[in-house]
Structure formats: C-alpha cells, structure tokens
Design a protein around this ligand. Structure first.
Ligand code: SF4
Ligand code: SF4
Length: 214
C-alpha cells in the first residue's frame, strides 16, 4: 500500500493561508491503514482546524480516493458542502489528491506526504520492498529486490562495504546481496549470479504510467 504521513501543522497552515472554509477528504484505504487520513484523523484535523478559527463545511472519507470515478461520485454526494468551501483539504496520498483535483475546480490542499509503496510488518511499521521499476528481476534474486533493499540499488552483487553480512549504509540491517546469495544457495541455484545484469533501463517505467488490462 501507499505509505503516507501528515504534513506538519506549520506547513499546513502556510498552505491554507487565506482559505477559511474547508471541506475535508480522507481515504478509507491506505491512508486509513497508515492512520494518516481515515475517519479518526479527519475528525482530529477538523477539531484542530476549528480551534485554529477555520470553518469546516463538511467531510467525506472516500472508499479509495485514487479511484477517480468513485471520488467524483462521493464529491457529488456532498456538493453543497463542497461548493460552500474555499478549498478542499485532502488527507490522502498524492494519487488521491489528484483524483480530487481532477474532479473539482476548487483549490485543493494536500495534508499528507506520500512516502513509498510499503509492506506492512505490523500496524505502524512499514517496509519498502519494491520501487516499481517496471522490469522485475525477483525471479532471479530469490524474491529479494536489490533495486530497493540494497542501499545502493546494485544489480550485480554486493559492494565492498559489506561487513559481516551487514550493509555499510546502515550496520543495523542485513546486506541485501548477502541475503540474496544465501537464499539462492539454499535453493541450490545460481539465479542472478549466472549473468551480468545490465544497468536498469528505467524506460520500462514510463511516465506518466498508463496501463490497461483489457
Ligand atoms: S525488481 Fe523492480 S519491480 Fe521487482 S521488486 Fe524490485 S523494484 Fe519492484
Ligand atoms: S552493503 Fe550490501 S546492501 Fe549495503 S549498499 Fe553494499 S551491497 Fe547494497
């Protein structure tokens, strides 16, 4: 899921300068799981805004704010409160914020910073394991991504800084390449070590990304 966290309040106040009446938008998917933009956080932000002298015209927590059509539908259901607001304050990832701005001519203010695509270890503890490179080599690396979990994103084995299996960038974490080597060895195969991997062609990750399944 997309890991996000709330911007600090001083930054938010700067972004909201001149905007007195606000309509709040949260997301019931990733932003709720991160405790950054679900029902509870929307309510808490509303309380804070009122204490700061702002008026909140209404709020909605959209099922999946990144779903452009659902965002449109949910905003329509709150049309009067949206129209009454000077700006929409959106507590979702960047994709969600853009769903909202695609569906409203109102000024849109993002309340969260989107951090990364994350795996959940437990509630509140997230780990980045994939950078969405568009050319996955996990089949050759025993299911461990060097692009993301090696601090240098190396593609052909460890750097010279690895020490006792620990990463030179952070001695508290295992070297990704040591983990890849050990797991491939346990599986009795060479995997990625059977070839020289060319530099990653980031062209596979065209921007802006578009994908149709049908
Ligand atoms: S190789 Fe690319 S697509 Fe595969 S896990 Fe790593 S970053 Fe993600
Ligand atoms: S020590 Fe290992 S994980 Fe750390 S940067 Fe070097 S190769 Fe990558």
């Amino acid at each position: 899921m997309i890991i996000s966290k709330q911007k600090d309040k001083a930054e938010l106040l700067r972004a909201l300068e001149g905007q007195h009446k606000l309509f709040l938008v949260g997301c019931a998917a990733c932003a709720t799981a991160c405790k950054a933009g679900g029902e509870e956080e929307v309510f808490q932000l509303q309380e804070w805004l009122v204490a700061e002298g702002r008026e909140v015209t209404g709020s909605v927590v959209i099922e999946e704010a990144c779903h452009i059509m659902r965002a449109a539908r949910d905003l329509r259901q709150h049309q009067a409160a949206v129209s009454d607001a000077d700006a929409l304050l959106v507590m979702t990832c960047g994709a969600g914020i853009q769903s909202i701005s695609a569906n409203s001519e109102k000024r849109v203010v993002g309340a969260l910073n989107s951090l990364f695509l994350g795996n959940v270890r437990r509630l509140g503890q997230y780990e980045e394991k994939c950078s969405l490179c568009g050319d996955c080599i996990l089949n050759e690396t025993a299911g461990i991504c060097p692009v993301t979990t090696c601090a240098k994103g190396l593609l052909n084995g460890p750097c010279g800084g690895m020490e006792d299996g620990r990463c030179e960038a952070d001695r508290d974490i295992d070297c990704a390449w040591m983990l890849i080597y050990e797991r491939l060895t346990r599986q009795g195969r060479k995997g990625v070590f059977a070839r020289v991997v060319p530099s990653k062609d980031w062209g596979h990750r065209s921007r802006p990304g578009r994908h149709r399944v049908r």
